[in-house]
Design a binder for this molecule. Structure first.
Ligand code: ATP
Length: 912
């Protein structure tokens, strides 16, 4: 929901029994009519009644949110240690421990706030729209701006935006589970019902939050916002899920196990040190506290969340709005993308290019939606009115049409279905511009277009009051309903073969097909019904409409292919059209296209085979999409599937990543989806896959950075105790390192951009465990390396006669500097970073390092710090040695990557 003005809502006009009142009475009470409200009145009412929005769920206040940051087992351990050190009178350690806890909580607080606001912005992008009639004109507005008295149009797939008294209904079926719990759709009618009718039986009402699953209707808004039935029970509709994904849960569990393991190791170290090595218990205890504090990756959960939130935010910037966070992870392992054609792979800017009548083929000139262009036969310009079949076909196309063509400052725009818009433009080019509701040829009834039945029909009366039914739709459907065709010299029997041949020929040029037909008869029982569409029509023309592929979709398909992702086109369009457009996009080249009818004939086993092989599925319906997703998943594929209609919801839910269209998609499709494409563009899916891979990479990189740095510090301490060495780090120093580096350095990796070549890799195997063999190896290797650097330097210095304080100061600096260098290594998991791009490509990494440097200088050279931590000044030579220890880590880590790259390449070559 958007955040708009928060005028206190007043009570919507009473009474509550709107369902008992007639349409006239309601219009009178709400001072509205067939043209809807005037815009000015709507604005006044919006100020009076407040926005049409449900009360947002209660948020935790900032103080509670801050306190909740401390509610984390890792921080509990650290706070417990602080209490005990205080009891023992080690105030410095207590202070450092508490500082580390507070710094972490503050970082967590800020990060959570960032993540929440990223999701809020995304919620706002998903606000619902409503079609309203104001001043007699249809317009799309934000559903929050609806007011009582507004006249609203709802169609299949819409969420009802407010409580409506229905006034004009065309086969409306509404699923009211959100309100009544009943999942079977209810058929609506417009007659008032008894006062005591329960909600589910108020057939003349459509309630806010319920879902239109079929048909169309107009309704008068009677109540809005919290005054609606759903507002009364104060129930928010399913929104975006909370900030968690399977991976985050996995990490969370891992964090808890790790905390326990660290406590176990600490206890064992304590026992060893006191019982075996004979250290004083209070000294050992302090050491163990430092050990635990340094080993615990307390920043892990917060940084994982912020990495994910940043990924979601950058996807939203590229028009991919994530509704369910786990989709971010799934995107990275997608192996097949099944995409709609119209509007996603193509531009959805339709232009009629060809009209095929009996005996004549007309070419239509002009570009875009401007109604300017000529008709010609073989290059010779002709007038439409000289060809009766053509003239009637154009009339049929304009009348059997719900779109509107508008000119705004010289720019022509289509409102509604672009296929229908193309027919209006054709009408404009040939001088036939009748609009809905005009005096001549008034429309008395209609059957709206639904992709299941692939046609639309309207019933009109002409100037002589004679009845006409016009029908337009997919040629196969319309041919079945026709018995005759209109030739130049009148009606003749239908030449089915001619029309089939012309249809295939037109489709093979990549043109989208419609057939137009009519019959001079009134509907059988007053209103148009499916019985009226069975037969008796006269075929007028075939229409060939061009809808060119999107340029960027062509690139994106190529990118997907390189990334090891198959792209399949699943379209409602004709097989030949689909194949031709597919070929232009490099989808299914040289392979057959399969139609929905053929899919329907196959059993599941056959479909499993075909689903992998074939890339173009034409004349497919939503149920075919569902079976295809299942077949592909049975083949072990991870499937992203697009959809827009209400019936696409099951396939979207079933797919690993359900992708809904933000512009032409229905609310039902959006709600069933994991991701919404704000621009309906295929290229956005490819961009989201890329981003999904990058986010997963960053999560991995962060863990690969965090665990070895904690491990390295802990190992230094454990090794010293085990080998009975002088402790290279005092407890306070260990805590200092932890405070300076943990969370702060690693956070920079959340901002890491996608690695170059990320789309040249194969998809990540789904369910790949995070802690793979490689992970364990890398963590162990770097931990040991860091320990070796710091401990080695410390022992070397002691042996050389350096004082213990200096040696310790060098060890502390060696650990911190090694972490800074290893942060650079961690930018790329396997690629080398020893390049300008590798070293400077992420400015947050440089900033994090730059922030640590003054802290270490202060630690080493300021008297206060020296007094607290027992550090001393270092000479330039000593600093040089510290840097060398860091460089050692850097070089060995790069060498390891090099060896792994070489071995992987060699084994790949061997396999080949
Ligand atoms: P995609 O699934 O790729 O978006 P599509 O938009 O072509 O495909 P549908 O909208 O289901 O799929 O259309 C299927 C067929 O129905 C079209 O090829 C066309 O013949 C016919 N058709 C499309 N729009 C209309 C309409 N408004 N009125 C009548 N027939 C239509």
């Amino acid at each position: 929901m958007t955040d708009r003005s928060t005028t206190a809502p007043q009570e919507t006009p009473q009474p509550a029994d709107w369902h008992t009142l007639s349409q006239e009475r309601i219009e009178q009470m709400l001072r509205t009519g067939t043209g809807g409200l005037p815009e000015a009145e709507a604005r006044r009412r919006l100020a009076q009644y407040g926005p049409n929005r449900l009360a947002p769920p209660k948020r935790r206040g900032p103080l509670i949110r801050l306190l909740m940051q401390f509610h984390n087992i890792l921080l509990y351990v650290m706070m417990g240690a602080a209490v005990i050190t205080a009891l023992l009178g080690h105030w410095i350690d207590t202070g450092v421990l508490l500082m580390a806890v507070v710094i972490n909580a503050i970082i967590g607080f800020i990060q959570e706030g960032k993540a929440e606001s990223a999701l809020d912005a995304i919620r706002a992008m998903l606000s619902t729209h409503a079609t309203v009639i104001r001043d007699g004109v249809h317009r799309e507005i934000d559903a929050a701006d609806l007011v009582p008295g507004d006249l609203v149009v709802v169609a299949s797939g819409d969420r009802v935006p407010a409580d409506l008294r229905l006034v004009a209904i065309k086969d409306l079926r509404v699923e009211e589970a959100a309100l009544t719990g009943e999942s079977l759709p209810v058929e609506k009618h417009d007659e008032a019902v008894a006062a005591d009718a329960p909600l589910g039986d108020r057939y003349c009402m459509a309630y806010s939050g319920t879902l239109v699953v079929y048909g169309q209707a107009c309704g008068i808004v009677v109540t809005t916002g919290t005054a609606t039935e759903i507002g009364k029970i104060n129930q928010m509709l399913a929104g975006i899920q909370s900030l968690t994904t399977p991976l985050l849960r996995q990490v969370d569990r891992f964090g808890r196990v790790l905390a326990l393991a660290i406590l176990g190791v600490s206890a064992a170290t304590f026992a060893l040190g006191t019982l075996w090595r004979g250290h004083a218990p209070s000294e050992m205890f302090m050491m163990v506290v430092a050990l635990a504090a340094s080993a615990i990756p307390e920043g892990l959960p917060a940084i994982m969340t912020v990495t994910l939130a940043l990924g979601v935010q950058s996807m939203a910037r590229r028009n991919a709005i994530i509704r369910r966070l786990p989709a971010v992870e799934a995107l990275g392992s997608v192996t097949v993308i099944c995409s709609d054609k119209t509007g996603t792979l193509t531009r959805n800017e339709m232009t009629v290019q060809r009209m095929v009548c009996a005996g004549h083929v007309f070419d239509v000139g002009g570009v875009g939606y401007a109604p300017v262009g000529d008709l010609s036969i073989d290059g010779r310009i002709v007038e439409a009115e000289h060809y009766p079949a053509l003239a009637l076909a154009i009339r049929a196309g304009v009348l059997c049409n719900d779109a509107r063509l508008r000119e705004e400052s010289g720019l022509w725009q289509v409102e509604g279905d672009p296929t229908e818009g193309a027919l209006l433009v054709l009408g404009g080019k040939t001088g036939f511009t009748q609009r809905l509701g005009d005096e001549a040829w008034p429309r008395l009834d209609s059957i709206p277009f639904e992709s299941q039945h692939r046609f639309m029909a309207t019933y009109h009366r002409d100037a002589d009051d004679a009845p006409w039914i016009f029908i337009k739709g997919a040629p196969e459907r319309i041919l079945d309903m026709c018995v005759a065709q209109l030739n130049h010299d009148g009606e003749r029997p239908l030449e089915v073969d001619y029309w089939r041949r012309m249809a295939t020929d037109t489709a093979a040029q990549g043109l989208r097909l419609l057939a137009l037909a009519c019959k001079q008869a009134a509907p059988l029982d007053g209103g148009l019904s499916f019985a009226d569409t069975e037969s008796g029509y006269v075929l007028l023309a075939l229409v060939g409409i061009i809808d060119p592929p999107r340029e960027e979709a062509m690139h994106a398909v190529g990118e997907c292919h390189r990334a090891g992702i198959r792209v399949k086109m699943i379209t409602g369009d004709h097989a030949e059209t689909a194949r031709a457009i597919g070929a232009q996009l490099a989808i299914g080249v040289g392979k057959p296209a399969i139609t929905g009818a053929e899919v329907a004939m196959m059993d599941d086993a056959a479909l499993r085979r075909v689903a992998l092989e074939v890339d173009v599925f034409a004349r497919a319906s939503p149920e075919h999409k569902l079976r295809l997703v299942q077949a592909l998943q049975d083949n072990g594929q991870v499937v992203a599937m697009t959809g827009d209609g209400v019936n696409d919801a099951p396939a979207l839910k079933r797919a690993d990543v359900g992708v809904a269209m933000g512009m032409k998609g229905t609310e039902a499709a959006k709600e069933a989806s994991d991701m919404v494409l704000a621009d309906d563009n295929f290229a956005t899916i490819a961009a989201a896959v890329r981003e999904g891979r990058a986010v997963y990479d960053n999560l991995k990189k962060f863990i690969l950075f965090m665990l070895p740095t904690n491990g390295g510090e802990a190992l230094v301490v454990i090794a010293a105790i085990l080998f009975e060495l002088t402790l290279p780090l005092t407890p306070a120093q260990v805590l200092w390192i932890n405070m300076v580096t943990s969370s702060t350095l690693g956070l920079a990796l959340a901002f890491e951009p996608a690695e170059r070549g990320i789309m040249n890799r194969r998809p990540r195997p789904p369910g790949e465990p995070l802690l793979s063999g490689f992970f364990v190896w890398r963590v162990l290797m770097v931990s040991l390396l860091m320990m070796a650097g710091a401990l080695g330097l410390f022992l070397w210095e002691l042996n050389g006669g350096t004082g213990i304080e200096t040696a310790r100061t060098m060890a502390v600096n060696a650990v911190v500097v090694s972490e800074m260098f290893y942060l650079l290594n961690s930018r790329f998991i396997l690629s080398p970073v020893a390049s300008l791009e590798g070293l400077t490509g992420n400015r947050y990494v440089l900033l994090a390092i730059a922030a640590c440097i003054p802290l270490q200088i202060a630690f080493t050279h300021t008297p206060v710090m020296q007094a607290i931590f027992g550090s001393t000044d270092l000479t330039a030579l000593e600093w040089g040695k510290v840097l060398a220890a860091g460089l050692l880590v850097f070089c060995v880590a790069e060498l390891e990557k090099f060896v792994i790259r070489r071995t992987r390449l060699a084994s790949r070559l061997n396999q080949a």
